[in-house]
Design a protein around this ligand. Structure first.
Ligand code: ZN
Length: 472
């Protein structure tokens, strides 16, 4: 009797242990996914739920429908903390997403002790025989893309990162050019990065015209769309090769019987979240969504062989879809009035400042009207739909003017432009809490083969853990 009781207890204990270990297993080991021939990973830098929902709501109000990235059938809330901070930077989060390992902020592809190098999903894919493409709208050796091909102690070692790029032997690099590509101060200096890439067998194409001439079957390609980052979508530079075009070209160049892995970063979403410029963020997110739709069109032609995963590396700016001054009202559609980025507005204001001996507020007002549809109460010639400044906002601008133009002389900087954009954002019922990142989790969405692996509440390291199984 006693013996059989212990036996039954033992069975129960085993059953309980099994049940608990199933519960605590990370999502990816529940059932190993089968290999997928074509894998797309899209990362919106600085893109969390507020950025996605702002663009989604705007798009719906503009009668352009919901974003595709928000309609993908599988979703996972994704935590982002780094090895040493609750608030991650792009190097640590890039490493987590690319390699499935935590490291400290600032580090790429190497652990917190500085000793152990990680292997990225892109390297695993390359070893498997797939072709590999890395695309970004920011400089190609910036932290996020670098996490897929580099192992460096500091994200600011741009030259060292660019050398790792060349040594990766990956098949396609597209987007902004390499930062510090001729850094003679680097201890590792051995020549201009573009020359070294050509020597290593890359076809290096500068500018849209040259890039469009790259043909399938002609070997590894380095498509440099712009000397630095790709200009913002809102600033409308017609000769610029844009993110969806890079994705389209990468598919054409990399398609082969062994499949491919393509990582695409919307790298400039982060830049403009840092400067709290919502309308420019909006246009970058919409363009990012268009790039994902290019992959979707490919996936729909190869439904049993393609996986698309979309995530963000962290939230930037503390973007809030509401504002104390506008209560329960939302005016996201007002974002349509902004016609240039904060960066471009800063340049325009400084150009006026530099061209005149003495600047007055009346010199700035036409810019506010033309590029933001914002007008003073006293402006009798304003349009019917103009966003009219409150007395408090007029005062805020007067203070900003006094800061940048003491006695009418231009001190430079962006006090004036920044305050115009800040007021404009508030008039769209949007708020920001920081010029840095936040610890808000991001959203990962997935479409296609094995997309059901992205479900529930996961960590950013889980993305690489799952994808590494998929590209084996
Ligand atoms: Zn980032």
């Amino acid at each position: 009797m006693k013996k059989s009781f212990s036996f039954r207890t033992l069975i129960w204990v085993i059953a309980l242990i099994t049940a608990f270990s199933c519960l605590t297993l990370p999502a990816q080991s529940a059932a190993a996914p089968k290999p997928v021939k074509y894998v797309f990973l899209f990362i919106g830098d600085g893109m969390s739920i507020p950025q996605r929902m702002m663009a989604d709501e705007y798009s719906v109000r503009a009668k352009q429908g919901k974003l595709f990235i928000n309609q993908m059938p599988w979703q996972a809330v994704t935590t982002t903390r780094s090895a040493n901070e609750f608030i991650t930077d792009s190097a640590a989060s890039g490493t987590a997403i690319a390699c499935g390992e935590k490291t400290i902020n600032g580090r790429i592809g190497i652990d917190a002790t500085g000793k152990r190098k990680f292997e990225s999903i892109a390297k695993v894919a390359k070893k498997s025989g797939r072709k590999v493409g890395i695309i970004t709208s920011i400089t190609i050796n910036h932290a996020t893309p670098a996490s897929f091909y580099a192992n460096v102690l500091s994200r600011s070692n741009y030259y060292a990162i660019a050398l790792d790029l060349i040594n990766s032997n990956f098949d396609y690099f597209g987007g902004g050019g390499a930062a510090k590509h001729d850094d003679k101060k680097s201890k590792l200096y051995q020549g201009n990065i573009y020359d070294l890439a050509a020597k290593a067998g890359y076809q290096v194409a500068h500018g849209k015209k040259a890039i469009m001439q790259l043909k399938p079957g002609s070997g590894k390609a380095f498509a440099v769309g712009s000397p630095s980052a790709i200009p913002y979508a809102i600033d409308n530079t017609p000769d610029t090769m844009r993110l969806p075009e890079f994705v389209d070209q990468a598919i054409k160049l990399l398609d082969n019987p062994n499949g491919f892995f393509i990582m695409t970063e919307g790298g400039r979403i982060d830049s403009v979240c840092h400067s709290n410029d919502a309308a420019t963020v909006l246009q970058e997110v919409i363009e990012f969504d268009k790039a994902v739709r290019i992959a979707k069109a490919f996936a729909d032609k190869h439904p049993e062989e393609t996986l698309i995963v979309v995530t963000g590396d962290h939230e930037t700016g503390g973007l809030t879809l509401g504002f104390a001054g506008t209560g329960y009202k939302s005016y996201i559609e007002n974002l349509k009035y902004q016609k240039c980025s904060l960066t471009e507005l800063t340049r325009k204001i400084n150009a006026i400042g530099d061209s005149k001996k003495s600047v007055t507020m009346d010199d700035i007002k036409p810019l506010m009207k033309k590029y933001f549809n914002m007008a003073y109460k006293s402006d009798k010639a304003r349009t019917a739909d103009a966003l009219i400044l409150t007395s408090a906002e007029e005062k805020q601008l007067a203070n900003a003017f006094a800061e940048q133009f003491p006695k009418g002389k231009n001190k430079g900087g962006w006090a004036m432009a920044r305050n115009i954009v800040r007021i404009f954002n508030n008039k769209c019922a949007l708020g920001w809490t920081t010029g840095a990142h936040t610890a808000l989790p991001v959203l990962t969405t997935a479409y296609g083969k094995s997309s059901d692996m992205f479900n529930g509440f996961i960590d950013n390291t889980d993305i690489a853990k799952i994808l590494k199984q998929v590209v084996k």
